[in-house]
Design a protein around this ligand. Structure first.
Ligand SMILES: Nc1ncnc2c1ncn2[C@@H]1O[C@H](COP(=O)(O)OP(=O)(O)OP(=O)(O)O)[C@@H](O)[C@H]1O
Length: 713
């Protein structure tokens, strides 16, 4: 106790000094007039000052969260390093006042797992070694010291780094948005965050292992580490839906990072295609795939989503496009006026010479070359009064000549691939035969109506890229794909073509692959796209939920499929999971009772999750009639406001809630199938502290093993 008090007093004193210096530095910089002139050196200095102002503003409220006492070899004594979200330079000394968490030396705060072995980090000057004497977590809120926890003391009773501070953080009730984790990043997460930029990373992580959070921290790290080569506005995050984007929207600003694009694949593709097409309402697809009983659809390789998302389909389109491109130049001579013609061979030679340009550019360049040829031919005509007349005629003829040169948009080219009546020459017979019959007619009709499905977007983007090319300025510097198990190989392929240095962070969990009709079955499908050059990480530790919830969820997933790995919970114990049988006529009453109890206990966010959207609507109105108000969340939702929500279980993916109530967990709604096990697993693993499952009549067969002991299958 005494030791703790003295540590607290020492940090209190330190905080007062550092806070005063921050105030002082900030006041000086705020009072300096801003430079707005043309002098480049002055502009650069102003940029440096502006960056310092930004860091100081961040540091003012919560200057740091950790202290590491490190004795560098040969220095003789340990030096305390204070680590915060933003670095602050010292005014009086060369040593920084606060070290940015992304700086090389700060990596030891995360990678050090205890023991008396030497610690090290990679500095720009090379490897630096030394000993760690103390690792201390310090919680400060609005300049007030709240908690001091020594997680490692050299020579102390426990040689490893303790979880005490992590457990304190995990035990807190969350608000409705994801938060940064800079103070408690774990060693295995740190390795991912600090991986080098140009190796694509694939991260398979169990539910709650921090994949989304880690990817966002990685973006902040890359911006810091590669500030000379990477621009925030050229980095992009692909997330499953707009509500999820809203849910993660706080993390990057908390880390002092702005300007990164955040979108869904559908929105991004529609923008790129200049809204030439409309998308069918995606909720119809969700309705089809998440219906129960006889209405259920079965996944097959030649279903539209799987087939159109495959690399094989991409290769077919590529081949057709190559053929089209090779024959896309007219085979007849261009006659400018009678007696003056440009031979077809010449035009074809010019076309071949432009091979390195995308088709649209090649066409533009050939057109310009023909125009120049016309000009020079006109100049050869000795009668000056005829020249104007001839030029006019030649221009008219050029316009009609160009019409014989087929010009496609992405949509018209795509549509032509499905034209059964008039197969274009560039579509070889064997390709036409390999496109499943069930897809051909509907896709052709959809193209005519300009209303397509989401699986048509990647093919259209590919055609757009082949027609127009991708300019260097349009390339991404880094791409994050969250919930990547639901991405098709084709989607990844088109993004790969737009990304410099294969700089990707691709994360997901095969056990949560509930959109199996469109996503991947194994990570190899994505590894193959990068020809085996991708780094692969597996995260098994789960931070979100209590041990009880994770043990329960592990049994559910194991009852329906063989997961890549089972989640290993942190040692945080809570309430037992409740599985409750309720007669149908008492269902609403039971739900209301449970919710009121949770609300009385100050639980912030509660989700009531049902299998289908229609069932959510129904329960929502039943609860409303009985006096309980909740937010009804549907697939078009763009924001997530926390509190009490009712939503289909498939929409809870990626989110988390203090408590989750899963309704109708019976044999009808959740059968003994892989998809149903994954759905139920997703639902269970959304809960941080409390999980309730309700069923009437026969419980789901997936609950079969939940009451067996915790020894894992
Ligand atoms: N090192 C950590 N320190 C504190 N909290 C953490 C840490 N890692 C993860 N968490 C917390 O665990 C929860 C899950 O994180 P996140 O949503 O990023 O995981 P995920 O792997 O993407 O989950 P899922 O796949 O289940 O959606 C969040 O509340 C996050 O703050």
């Amino acid at each position: 106790m005494e030791k703790f008090q003295s540590a607290y007093r020492c940090e209190q004193q330190q905080l007062s000094q550092i806070a005063a210096e921050i105030e002082n530095q900030l006041a000086k910089l705020e009072n300096m007039p801003r430079y707005a002139g043309e002098d480049l050196t002055e502009q650069a200095l102003e940029d440096v000052r502006e960056r310092a102002r930004k860091s100081l503003r961040i540091a003012k409220e919560e200057p740091y969260f950790g202290r590491l006492d490190f004795e560098e070899d040969g220095q003789g004594k340990p030096k305390p390093l204070y680590i915060g979200k933003a670095g602050v330079a010292g005014e009086e000394s060369v040593d920084p006042l606060i070290i940015d968490w992304r700086a090389p030396v700060a990596s030891m705060f995360y990678s050090f797992t205890g023991g008396e072995e030497p610690a090290f980090y990679n500095s720009p000057e090379g490897l630096i070694e030394g000993d760690i004497h103390l690792k201390r977590n310090i919680a400060i809120r609005t300049q007030v010291l709240q908690r001091v926890v020594d997680t490692y003391v050299r020579g102390g009773d426990d040689p490893s780094v303790s979880d005490e501070f992590l457990l304190y953080r995990l035990g807190e009730n969350k608000d409705h948005r994801l938060r940064d984790i800079v103070s408690t990043i774990q060693s295995e997460q740190n390795d991912i965050i600090r991986s080098q930029k140009n190796t694509p990373l694939i991260i398979q992580g169990v539910a709650g292992s921090g994949k989304t959070t880690v990817a966002l921290h990685r973006l902040a790290y890359l911006i810091y580490e590669y500030r000379e080569h990477i621009l925030a506005e050229k980095m992009i995050i692909f997330a499953p839906n707009a509500m999820f984007l809203d849910y993660i929207s706080n993390v990057l600003p908390e880390l002092g990072v702005g300007g990164i694009q955040q979108t869904t694949f559908n929105d991004w593709a529609l923008d790129l295609l200049d809204h030439e097409i409309k998308l069918k309402d995606p909720s119809e697809k969700l309705f089809e795939w998440f219906e129960i009983r006889e209405a259920k659809r079965i996944v097959t390789d030649d279903g539209p989503e799987k087939f159109k998302g495959s690399s094989a389909f991409m290769r077919m389109i590529d081949e057709c496009f190559n053929k089209y491109e090779n024959s896309a130049v007219p085979t007849k001579a261009f006659v400018a006026w009678d007696g003056t013609a440009l031979a077809a061979d010449t035009i074809q030679r010019w076309y071949a010479e432009q091979e390195r340009y995308p088709l649209a550019k090649r066409r533009e360049r050939i057109t310009n070359r023909i125009k120049n040829w016309i000009d020079s031919e006109v100049k050869k005509v000795p009668e000056r009064h005829l020249q104007k007349e001839l030029k006019k005629k030649a221009s008219q003829r050029l316009r009609s000549y160009l019409k014989s040169w087929p010009k496609h948009t992405p949509l018209s080219f795509y549509q032509s691939l499905f034209n059964e009546k008039k197969r274009p020459e560039y579509v070889p017979q064997y390709i036409a035969e390999n496109i499943p019959k069930s897809i051909v007619k509907t896709t052709f009709q959809n193209c005519k109506k300009k209303e397509l499905e989401q699986e048509d977007l990647a093919p259209l983007v590919l055609i757009h890229q082949r027609l127009n090319g991708i300019e260097r300025k349009d390339k991404f510097h880094h791409v994050v794909i969250d919930e990547a198990q639901d991405f098709s190989p084709f989607q990844i392929e088109v993004l790969k073509a737009r990304t410099t240095g294969n700089s990707f962070t691709i994360l997901g969990d095969l056990s949560q692959g509930i959109h199996d009709y469109q996503g991947i079955r194994e990570w190899k499908e994505i590894q193959d796209i990068f020809a085996g050059a991708a780094g692969y990480f597996e995260l098994e530790k789960s931070y979100r939920s209590t041990m009880e919830i994770i043990h329960f969820a592990n049994k559910i997933i194991s009852a329906g499929t063989k997961p890549v790995s089972l989640a290993d919970p942190v040692f945080r114990s809570g309430e037992e999971v409740k599985t409750i049988e309720v007669p149908p006529d008492e269902r609403v009453h039971s739900i209301i009772q449970t919710v009121s109890k949770l609300q009385t206990d100050d639980v912030n966010s509660i989700a009531i999750a049902l299998r289908t959207e229609a069932e959510c609507f129904k329960l929502h109105s039943e609860l409303q009639e009985a006096g309980l108000t909740a937010h009804l969340i549907h697939s078009g939702q763009r924001e997530y406001g926390g509190g009490l929500s009712i939503m289909p279980v498939y929409l809870t993916k990626g989110l988390e809630f203090d408590a989750v109530l899963l309704i109708d967990v019976d044999a009808d709604h959740y059968e003994q199938t892989e998809r149903d096990a994954k759905l139920l697993y997703v639902g269970c693993t959304r809960a941080l502290h409390d999980l309730w499952l309700f069923y009437s009549s026969e419980p789901s067969p997936l609950l079969r093993d939940v009451n067996k002991g915790h020894e894992i299958i």
